[in-house]
Structure formats: C-alpha cells, structure tokens
Design a protein around this ligand. Structure first.
Ligand code: FMN
Ligand code: SF4
Length: 501
C-alpha cells in the first residue's frame, strides 16, 4: 500500500510538472503544487518512525485521525437521535436552547419515549389540576438556627463552576443572568474574580485549594482567615459552600489544565501561571469530624453569620452517617448540604474517577435525606441536589426525593450556547464558554447570553409550577415521592416512595 500511494503521487507530480512545462497556465500550476505537497507529506509519513499506521498508509492514515478527532461532532450532527446523545441528549439540550431563547418549546405529534420501557418515569396528574399562576414554593429560606444572615433563595441556582474552567464572559453572563432572574451563582472553587461581581447573588465556594480563602505555605495550600473573610463578607456573597468532593471526580480535587491557567487566573488563585493546578483531594483545615464542625463554625463566624453548606458526592455510607451523627451530637451543623451525583459534570477529570467513583445522585440524595430525618436535623439543614437536572421533570423528581433546591451546572452552560462539543479541558471550546483563548471568549456576547441565562431559569421555574399544578398541588413544597412513578418491569409500576422510602 505504501509503495502504491507513493508511486501514484510521484507519478501525478511528474505528470503535472510536464503539463506545466508545456502549458504553464494557473490551473496546471495549482495541480502541480497540490500533488507536490501531497507527495512531500506522503514521503515524510512513510519515513517517520513514530506511527506505524502512517508508515504503512502514508497520507491516508491522516484521514483516520481527522475522523477520530471529529468523531464527537460527526456523532452529534449525523448519528445521534433525540434521546440517545450523552451526557445530555438532544431533546434535553433543545429544551434548554428553546427556553433560553424564548422560542417555541412545545413538541409535535407525541412523545418519542417508550412509555413501556423499564425505567420510564412519570408523574400522575389530578382530575382537579390547579392554576399554575397561583402555584407557590419557588423560593426557600436557607439558614439553620446557627446562622444570623438567612438567605431567601430560588429553588434553582447555578452550580459551582470556576473562572478558569469557564471564561470571563461566561462567568459575567451567568452572574448578570442570576441578577436579572434573582437567583444565585456558585463561584466554583477558583475564588471570586471581578467577573463574578456583576451584582448577582453569590455562593462562595471554598475548595481544598482554598483559592480566595487561603495561601500556599511550603507548597501546601492552607486556609487563611483574613483572606477568606475579605471575600466572605462581600455583600454579593449570600452563602458559603465548603466543597469536600464533586460527583465527577470524588476524592480527586480540582484540575485546572495548564493551558487555561492564564496570568490573570494564576493571580486570583495565587499560583504559578501556565502550570496545571491540581487541588489536593482533601482539606488541610480539618482531619476529623470535630475539627470539621469547628471549621464550619469558624467559616460561619468569619462570614458574619451567613449560611454555610458542605458539598459532597456520597461515598462511604458509614462515614457519611458518622458525620451526620457528629453534627447531631455536637448540636452544630452546616446550614445546607449539596449532594452531587456521580453523573455530575466537570471541566476536566480522570476517566476512572468520572466513570467509576461516587454514588449516583438518586441514591446519594435519598440516603442523606433519610439520615437527616433519622438524626432529627432535617428541619435545620436544606438539601441542594445536583446531577443532570435539565428540565422541569428532573427538578420535580429530585424535589420529590427530598431535595429543597436544585443546582444546575451544565444546563446553564447550554443556556450560554454550549453545544456539548466536549472540549472543555482543551481550551478550544468553540463557543467561548469553557476556554481562556481570547478570540474564542470574545465569541460569547455577554449582553445576549445573560438574558438567556435568566430566561432559562425563569421558564424552567414556570414549567415546574405547571407540572406541580397538573399534579393538583398548590405549592412546589408539597411534592412527595409517592407522586413520581417508575416502570420497574413490563407490568409493574411503582412510586419512588415505594422504591426508596
Ligand atoms: C465546567 C464545570 C466546572 C465545574 N467546576 C466545579 C467546581 O469548581 N466546584 C464544584 O464543586 N463543582 C464543579 N463542577 C460540578 C458542578 O458544580 C455540578 O456539581 C455537577 O456538574 C452536576 O451538575 P450538572 O449535572 O447540572 O452539571 C463543575 C462542573 C462543570 C461542568
Ligand atoms: S461547547 Fe464543548 S467545550 Fe464548550 S463548554 Fe460546551 S462542551 Fe465544553
């Protein structure tokens, strides 16, 4: 094959050279240049020693690489149908785009879901549905009896995504959208940047790298009360979230790829620019439950009484139970717990961590909810659930299973124009959402996208109200696990209450 390709190209080059010699017009010169160039590439391919496929099939093997590189896009544009795209299928992506743009969000002709398939889920409506215009419950109060600055927040908020994993324009659009729609924007573990300070409510996340809340001492990241306090008492900061783990990479710690670690981001995080920044897997501020409880209280005090939460993906169940018990025994606890599902998203994570570590959201959420009830803490601690919540059914289902509020990360990325190209870790995001490349960042026009962020939030809240009123409820608060159903086998449907409670 190698010789055939090379002989063919060399012959083509020689023939086009002869043509140019006798008929030197532009068409023949272009032909000679192209065949000459291809011949040179093919000779290089056949002589190089790194890639055997390229040595055997000079030039042709490059097509394979091209298709490999574009595989996701080919899959998305030409192969996937409405329901089989991952991680978020086309039907769900479309509803975000439609709600964000306020375009038509109805679908024609009937469902594409197989309602007889195992795992199909639905709610049952009432003969006496309510008018959704009067449905209440879209806001809740965060803050236990331990906190003095309670927060009146939306039941849908933007889950943690840092400046670094997302672009400056994406962060600005999210924050301005949050301001317009009166909901909260979680900073992610990368600290508070000027782009977060657009007037929207912030949940200030403190990760294991303590960016914006600590410093490096002997190449170890440590919490610093003064640095933390300066950020925590900002009026925009309404709540603090201490991140223990996230579903996409539990037990790993954040990863900021070197390419995305610009001098500006390095300055905000006080790290070296252009290097990969790996946050440690665990906190240096505490190493047992007593220290953890003290740290939560310290953070609460330093923030002058704002609600303080913890975020984790459920791992070792016994440990989680010991932690909740320790909260009850100490009569001191966080104001909210964010339960992240193993199906959660990330800017960058190792494959094994993304695919095989951490409990999926449903099991994690139910477990935490049951424990809080068992230890009589449920009335003090709110639960925020995150894990692929996109449409109103996802929200209703997680609320029914015990969540008080929902965190959404990737849905809000979609509302910014994310096309699920899945290049967030490469700095090549084609729509300027998850990149630090200035040209690409400029492609995202903040003044257009901020409105879409608000629209998506508000339309989803309306859709939740419509579903709840169809069930016959007056308030979103009233959703219960016995109102959501799942087909378990061919002839058996059970409520989530029967399955999980
Ligand atoms: C680009 C990106 C960056 C993220 N960065 C953080 C982070 O800094 N801290 C964190 O706790 N979670 C982070 N997450 C996880 C989300 O906050 C969320 O918990 C998870 O993606 C589940 O929500 P989703 O399914 O709605 O995306 C990130 C997710 C994405 C997609
Ligand atoms: S478009 Fe692709 S690279 Fe950009 S945010 Fe979406 S998934 Fe990530």
């Amino acid at each position: 094959m190698r010789n055939t390709i090379l002989s063919f190209l060399i012959t083509a080059t020689v023939l086009s050279g002869v043509l140019v010699y006798f008929l030197p017009h532009i068409g023949n010169i272009i032909l000679l240049s192209i065949s000459g160039l291809l011949t040179l590439i093919a000779i290089y391919d056949s002589l190089q020693t790194k890639h055997s496929l390229l040595r055997a099939f000079p030039l042709l093997a490059r097509l394979r690489w091209l298709f490999e590189e574009e595989r996701d896009k080919i899959q998305q544009y030409f192969i996937e149908d409405n329901l089989n795209g991952t991680p978020i299928n086309r039907e769900k992506r479309s509803v975000v785009y439609q709600r964000a743009k306020l375009s038509k969000d109805t679908i024609p002709f009937g469902t594409q879901h197989n309602v007889y398939a195992k795992g199909y889920e639905f709610v049952k409506h009432s003969l006496f549905p309510k008018n959704h215009h009067y449905t209440t419950g879209e806001r809740i109060i965060f803050g236990s009896d331990k906190c003095s600055q309670k927060y009146d927040g939306s039941i849908i908020n933007i889950s943690a995504m840092s400046f670094g994993s997302l672009s400056s324009n994406a962060i600005m659009a999210l924050n301005q959208g949050a301001k317009m729609g009166n909901f909260a924007h979680n900073t992610g573990e990368g600290g508070i940047s000027p782009y977060h300070l657009q007037g929207g409510d912030l949940i200030f996340q403190v990760g294991t790298g303590y960016f914006g809340a600590g410093k490096s001492v002997d190449s170890k990241r440590v919490f610093d009360a003064e640095i933390f306090k300066k950020n925590a008492i900002r009026p925009e900061v309404k709540m603090i979230e201490i991140k223990f783990s996230q579903g996409a990479k539990p037990g790993h710690g954040g990863i900021l790829p070197a390419k995305k670690n610009t001098p500006e981001i390095a300055e905000i995080r006080s790290v070296e620019a252009g290097t990969q920044v790996d946050s440690p897997p665990g906190h240096s501020a505490f190493s047992n439950f007593d220290e953890m409880i003290n740290f939560i209280q310290k953070v609460r005090d330093l923030s002058e009484g704002k609600p303080v939460g913890i975020k984790f993906c459920v791992g070792n169940n016994e440990e989680i139970e010991q932690m909740i018990k320790a909260f009850a025994d100490a009569n001191n606890y966080p104001d909210f717990i964010s339960v992240d599902g193993g199906e959660g998203g990330t800017g960058a994570a190792p494959l094994e961590f993304t695919n095989y570590i951490g409990s999926p959201l449903v099991e994690g959420l139910v477990f935490v909810n049951k424990l809080l009830k068992q230890y009589n803490l449920r009335h003090q601690i709110k639960i925020i659930a995150s894990g692929k919540a996109v449409d109103a059914f996802d929200v209703v289902k997680y609320l029914a299973l015990g969540a008080d509020a929902i965190g959404m990360a990737r849905s809000f990325m979609l509302s910014l124009g994310c096309i699920q190209a899945r290049e967030c870790n490469l700095d090549t995001c084609p729509v300027g959402v998850a990149t630090q490349d200035e040209d690409l960042v400029e492609a995202l026009v903040v003044e257009q996208k901020n409105i879409r962020v608000k629209n998506y939030h508000n339309k989803t809240i309306t859709a939740v109200k419509e579903m709840v009123s169809a069930i016959g409820l007056d308030s979103i608060d009233d959703i219960q696990p016995n109102q959501v159903f799942r087909r378990r086998k061919d002839e058996e449907i059970a409520s989530l209450k029967e399955i999980y409670y």
